[in-house]
Design a protein around this ligand. Structure first.
Ligand SMILES: Cc1cc2nc3c(=O)[nH]c(=O)nc-3n(C[C@H](O)[C@H](O)[C@H](O)COP(=O)(O)O)c2cc1C
Length: 229
């Protein structure tokens, strides 16, 4: 397959994830290109079978330029699109507060991608997100407006500064291969999805009818189960 990993980055976090996905695609024997979005024309994506589109989260959503790029994609494209995002807020797991903050501060990225793809008839193949170290200025803004409590801040800052970690990159690679995160278990002991769903690069099983967000987890577990039998 011809794979494109297209990304936007300001401080390098999303680029690090993009490189991991690129390496994974190449190691699976695919012809894979790694390009910055600003060097691409939306029409050129038609040359590819799968496009991984990556961006940092800005103001809870995709950065404006990335949104414009996605909105400029040709309708009814022949390629599938999978998204990946880095964000400074918490992952949507753990405490209610963390889930709520994730929703508030990074919750629009996935719906923006899904809705735009749906409107254009582009099959949406999955979504990966992980934390990414904020710049000093954004860190200060987060402390002033979101994580004000000194104890919570003292826990949050040293942790977020480590991301994307080697484990994040391993998950990004797993996402590129199959969409299921084998390393993270949910409460029922089943593998949790990273927002990813369809088997993107390795097993050639993009489902005909792509699932809604609500169905995502079940389908991924189903894929995992059928692979192990
Ligand atoms: C202008 C700007 C706005 C941001 N807004 C958010 C936000 O709303 N939510 C969030 O979780 N992170 C936000 N961040 C943090 C970045 O998403 C995060 O640090 C990301 O990993 C940076 O990726 P990059 O190094 O590829 O640019 C923002 C960063 C910038 C520069």
């Amino acid at each position: 397959m011809r794979i494109l990993i297209a990304y936007f980055t300001l401080t390098g976090n999303t680029e690090t994830v993009a490189r991991a996905i690129h390496e994974e695609a190449q190691s699976l024997g695919h012809e894979a290109d790694l390009r910055k979005i600003r060097k691409l024309k939306p029409e050129s994506l038609g040359e590819y079978d799968v496009v991984f589109l990556g961006a940092p989260c800005h103001h809870s959503d995709l950065p404006k330029g990335v949104k414009r790029f996605v909105e400029g994609l040709p309708a009814s494209s022949s390629f599938q699109l999978a998204g990946f995002v880095t964000h400074a807020t918490y992952l949507p797991e753990g405490t209610d507060r963390k889930r709520q903050l994730h929703q508030e501060w990074a919750g629009k990225c996935l719906p923006t991608l899904e809705k735009t793809c749906e409107a254009k008839g582009i099959p949406f193949a999955g979504y990966f997100s992980c934390q990414g170290r904020p710049s000093k200025m954004i860190g200060m803004l987060i402390h002033r407006t979101i994580i004000k409590d000194p104890t919570e801040w003292a826990e949050y800052l040293p942790e977020v500064k480590k991301h994307p970690t080697a484990e994040d990159l391993q998950r990004a690679r797993a996402f590129a291969r199959g969409g299921v995160d084998p390393g993270r278990l949910n409460t029922s002991g089943a593998p949790a999805v990273m927002g990813g769903v369809a088997a993107v690069l390795d097993p050639p099983c993009i489902p005909d009818r792509l699932p809604t967000s609500a169905q995502r987890f079940h389908l991924s577990v189903g894929l995992q189960a059928s692979e192990s039998t």
